[in-house]
Write a protein that binds this ligand. Structure first.
Ligand code: BGC
Length: 489
């Protein structure tokens, strides 16, 4: 059934409506957040500094409103209100992340913070008391600064340090947490941070991102094996990695654009998924060959893409229990035009592949120019995942969300976004794909990285000028709560 749907898809996705359908009873609804974006309390107790603490303090100019995460939503103190909101919505799960430097102030596993440990114990226990399952991300971009000073993900020791950190996390919380995500969106943490992003803008050639890419896959795999070998039989949970998948469509139906699009998918998605989810493991062939060719033309002795040993391929391959998908938006892929000045930044450019990512002028926007809305993209994306990595692969949507600007309680744009995307999710389930849940990003407005507090994804509006960071449900919060209750759109 699935392949029929997939064939159908490549021609053009069906416009049939999923709005009259019920969600299956096993389908779970949740919402997501991340430590740095909500917790604040950046230096209380013995908490260590993270790379985002350092970045925002030292280079305020890279944040559009020159803000930082020092207080954020103050969830370090207001976690009970957060749980109350999750309960008001009727969430079945709440995805949050643990701050590595809060739990391990130096980053190393030999010094566990009592206060850090208690904070997450309280949060987990409080959620469970309300019948809400905690889904826990072990790392959502807040690398301990001490490790960042040593190169962070570019340091070959980082995969061992990460696995030791993960072992502490599993041993502290594994009795109650049954769903783990090792790392959030390596694409953004590697490509943005080490490539064309904030610290090294407009760098010509990729080197840092590829080294980060490989070490991070090893870190994920080592943490997976720690869970698999030391904790799974006791606790029987699931573990995966959350990837940001930008759905890429060909600009035209020419063979050149179709091939280029498939190559672009491997460059932006496959680079972080093929090694884990494909049968053969390792880098996608097109990535390996393209980077080797370009590196040679550039006069490098060896490819800038670090090779995997056979042992590493085996270590990484199959280290998943399901596919954690973060999906927001889509792009069209085409060759750069003659003398075109390609903007080298995340989601516009594919590094070594000679391709440009462009937005369809017909796609509408929420706030900000990065996330045009194309709801069918989530279905097309999931069909691609199932086609690539196995028809029966379980997919959990760990992020999907809409950003608005300014204060806005009647957020009809967000309601349409959620409805249109969930309709596509229902259709994907009908296609035969094993999609088991959906987390809206995000529970409440929070520190939106380089957009500071200007871009707002929350179901709850947060008043960042009030000392108690008052949280107010938006219209979308009521809509989502109702949807969860009825289990239909
Ligand atoms: C990240 C979140 C971020 C969201 C919206 C995702 O890529 O995981 O941390 O806030 O996108 O930009």
């Amino acid at each position: 059934m699935l392949w029929v749907a997939a064939l159908f898809l490549w021609a053009s996705v069906s416009h049939s409506s999923g709005s009259d359908l019920q969600f299956p009873e096993w389908f779970k609804f949740g919402a997501a957040s991340a430590a740095f974006q909500v917790e604040g309390a950046w230096n209380v107790s013995d908490k260590g500094e993270s790379k985002w603490d350092r970045l925002t303090h030292r280079y305020p100019e890279i944040i559009s409103d020159r803000s930082n995460g020092d207080v954020a939503c103050n969830s370090y103190y207001l976690w009970e209100r957060d749980i109350e909101m999750a309960a008001e919505l009727g969430l079945q799960f709440y995805r949050f992340s643990i701050s590595w430097p809060r739990l391990l102030p130096t980053g190393f596993a030999n010094n566990v913070s009592e206060d850090g440990k208690n904070y997450y114990n309280n949060l987990i226990d409080g959620l469970l008391e309300k019948g809400i399952e905690p889904v826990v991300t072990i790392y959502h971009w807040d690398m301990p600064q001490m490790f960042q000073d040593l190169g962070g993900w570019a340091n070959p020791k980082i995969s061992d340090w990460f696995a030791e950190y993960a072992r502490i996390v599993f041993s502290l919380y594994g009795d109650r947490v049954k769903n783990w995500i090792t790392i959030n969106e390596p694409l953004v943490d590697c490509d943005w941070y080490y490539g064309w992003g904030i610290l090294a803008p407009k760098r010509e050639y990729f080197l840092g991102p590829y080294i980060c890419n490989k070490n991070l896959l090893l870190a994920h795999a080592k943490a997976y094996h720690v869970y698999d070998q030391e904790f799974r039989c006791k606790y029987n949970g699931k573990i995966s990695i959350a990837n940001h998948l930008l759905w890429m469509k060909p600009y035209s139906n020419s063979t050149e654009d179709l091939e280029l699009t498939e190559a672009a998918r491997e460059f932006l998605t496959g680079r972080y998924t093929h090694a884990i989810f494909s049968k053969e493991g390792g880098w996608p062939t097109v990535v390996e060959e393209t980077v080797a060719k370009v590196s040679k033309e550039q006069g490098y002795e060896e490819s800038r893409l670090p090779a995997f040993t056979q042992e590493e391929i085996e270590l990484i391959r199959g280290t998943y229990d399901y596919f954690a998908l973060n999906h927001y938006t889509s792009r069209l892929v085409r060759k750069p035009r003659a003398s075109e000045d390609v903007v080298r930044s995340l989601f516009t450019y594919v590094g070594d592949l000679d391709a440009v990512l462009e937005m369809d002028p017909d796609w509408p926007f929420g706030y900000g120019p990065m996330m045009p809305i194309y709801p069918q993209g989530i279905r097309e994306q999931m069909l691609w995942i199932a086609e690539q990595y196995g028809e029966d692969i379980e997919i959990l949507i760990t992020e999907n969300g809409y950003s608005s600007g300014g204060s806005l309680i009647d957020d009809d744009g967000r309601i349409s976004y959620v409805k249109d995307h969930l309709e596509q999710v229902l259709l994907t389930i009908q296609d035969g794909v094993n999609v088991t849940g959906y987390a809206y990003w995000t529970l409440m407005d929070n520190f939106e990285w380089t957009d500071g507090y200007q871009s707002k994804f929350g179901l709850y509006e947060v008043d960042f000028s009030s000392p108690n960071r008052t949280r107010t449900p938006r219209k979308s919060a009521n809509y989502y709560a109702e949807l969860i209750k009825k289990r239909s759109l």
